[in-house]
Design a protein around this ligand. Structure first.
Ligand code: DX5
Ligand code: ZN
Length: 224
């Protein structure tokens, strides 16, 4: 069986006490902290930058997965690497030179990934698989937490799984397949069955008082 990772999105956490929210969700059994960066340009919302990433860094040993919803991308890469990011992903439409941006992320010592909106073709992966550590499939349009899962994303997850398996069978290595948007206890099993191994969940976890109970219920679904 695949290793499954649960990545709560801080977007739905209490921003007045982020350090505590990071510690609580990891203590509740989460594996990764998903950190959504929005610029009110590439997406119509504004969140947080490297300063906040740096501020939460001492609160956990867990990987920080920085999801850049920004345009341009490149200038922020070294800043997030310095702020303690472990993984940096970006949307290919937001970068003028995708291969260069992936290279910058790798050179900065972070894992790199591309993010695919519901309407974005996976063909952006065609010539850069050697620089990819993670593929992130959006199951909502980016910009806000609490949106409904777009069912068509499952087909995209299956297609991404096939690409990853074909590539790693031939070249080795490991590429994670993350899904982001509208993931809940009642659909996480279907997302896993489609091929995902890493699950972002914002409102489903931070919207409930008992984080541990939600994460345990998600893991129970994944074990079925
Ligand atoms: C949306 C963000 C997501 C968001 C997910 O643009 O990238 O990470 O926080 O939130 P939920 O799980 O509530 O859909
Ligand atoms: Zn995200």
């Amino acid at each position: 069986m695949r290793d499954f990772r649960i990545a709560p999105s801080l977007l739905s956490a209490d921003f007045a006490c982020l350090g505590q929210e990071v510690r609580d969700v990891i203590a509740a059994g989460a594996d990764i902290i998903h950190f959504d960066v929005m610029d009110n340009h590439y997406v119509p919302n504004l969140t947080v930058g490297p300063l906040v990433c740096e501020a939460i860094r001492p609160h956990t040993q867990a990987p920080i997965d920085v999801h850049l919803m920004v345009k341009p991308v490149d200038s922020l890469v070294p800043m997030f690497a310095k702020a303690g990011a472990d993984i940096i992903t970006f949307h290919p439409e937001a970068s003028e030179h995708i291969d260069r941006t992936l290279g910058l992320i790798k050179e900065s010592g972070c894992k790199a990934g591309l993010v695919f909106n519901p309407g974005t073709s996976l063909s952006y992966l065609d010539h850069v698989m050697d620089k990819i550590d993670m593929v992130l499939i959006m199951s909502v349009n980016p910009g806000f937490g609490g949106q409904s899962f777009i069912p068509h994303a499952l087909e995209k997850v299956r297609a991404a799984r096939q690409r990853i398996d074909e590539y790693t069978a031939k070249h080795g290595g490991e590429i994670w397949l993350e899904v982001d948007g509208g993931i809940k206890v009642d659909n996480i099993a279907a997302v896993a069955a489609a091929g995902a191994d890493t699950f972002v969940a914002g409102s489903a976890i931070y919207g409930q008082p008992d984080y541990q109970a939600v994460i345990a219920a998600m893991r129970a679904e994944l074990a079925k």
